[in-house]
Design a protein around this ligand. Structure first.
Ligand code: NAD
Length: 261
């Protein structure tokens, strides 16, 4: 547990499902005040809010589309109006879809880039503006992916967006370090969330993914939430510009396992 998170105000985009939900519930367990941005999952919210409140945290939900500047501004304003501040911004919302690159439409390219990269930039910018203005030594966490490093055929828009998240995170870390604002990202490997539901329901596809994971299992959302609370806490007070890989070893060249290569 991280006592420094008690009472802190956290905004999480895409917070009603998967990693966002796990992070919301974990910050709730740390007795933080959590603003859950959701896209179109109203039915999930009551359960998440109850879990957070039963654990001693506070929660409030707000609908919003991260690709829309005015919606991001509304999310931050909601946090300030409801809980009085903004200490941690988690830019987590993201999408992916599989398309061979020669068939990828401009529309699909733009949709992924505007959600995964531009949406995260807008979240960073609005949070940084508020933190600077109010002299808050806050923390920003961007949700990247192992595909900020590992090329991914048929997902060129996704890989490009996550590569962009890496350098955006590092650049902002450098720019705002003198103000005590830390900017980091988490790069999950394959985690059991709705984004992978279809793939993991096919035993052959799941087996193919498992072969890429040296630790031999699909990660749990709670294992990513554990990274987020550490990064947000004062235990990580000297950490900025980091990509925290949580991938069961996927980025360690699994093809070389067992003496191969
Ligand atoms: P998920 O599909 O459960 O979560 C994505 C969330 O983003 C959903 O709640 C969705 O409603 C929201 N969202 C999508 N478009 C939005 C928009 N325009 N505005 C606001 N919200 C929007 O999947 P997840 O695995 O929890 O994904 C969360 C993040 O983690 C994503 O950025 C994803 O790229 C990243 N990630 C996931 C994995 C994995 O294996 N699950 C691995 C690496 C990175």
């Amino acid at each position: 547990m991280y006592p420094s998170l008690e009472g802190k105000v956290i905004v999480i985009t895409g917070g009603a499902t998967g990693l966002g939900k796990a992070m919301a519930e974990r910050f709730g367990a740390e007795k933080a005040k959590v603003v859950i941005n959701y896209f179109n999952e109203e039915q999930e919210l009551q359960g998440i809010i109850e879990t957070i409140e039963n654990a001693g945290g506070s929660a409030s939900a707000i609908q919003g589309d991260v690709t829309k500047e005015e919606d991001i501004k509304r999310m931050i304003a909601h946090a300030i109006n409801t809980f009085g501040s903004l200490d941690v911004m988690i830019n987590n919302a993201g999408i992916e879809n599989e398309v061979p690159s020669e068939e990828l439409t401009l529309e699909d390219w733009n949709k992924v880039i505007s959600t995964n990269l531009t949406g995260q930039f807008l979240g960073c910018r609005e949070a940084l503006d508020y933190m600077l203005e109010n002299k808050i030594k806050g923390s920003i966490i961007n949700m990247s992916s192992v595909h900020q490093e590992i090329p991914w055929p048929h997902f060129v828009h996704y890989a490009a967006s996550k590569g962009g998240v890496k350098l955006m995170t590092e650049t902002l870390a450098l720019e705002f370090a003198p103000h005590g604002i830390r900017v980091n990202c988490i790069a999950p490997g394959a985690i059991d969330t709705p984004i992978n539901a279809e793939k993991f329901s096919d035993p052959e596809l799941k087996k193919g993914v498992l072969e890429l994971i040296p630790m031999g299992y699909i990660g749990k959302p709670e294992e990513i939430a554990a990274c987020a609370v550490w990064l947000a806490s004062t235990e990580a007070s000297y950490v900025t510009g980091l990509t925290l890989y949580a991938d069961g070893g996927m980025t360690q060249y699994p093809g070389f396992q067992a003496g191969k290569g």
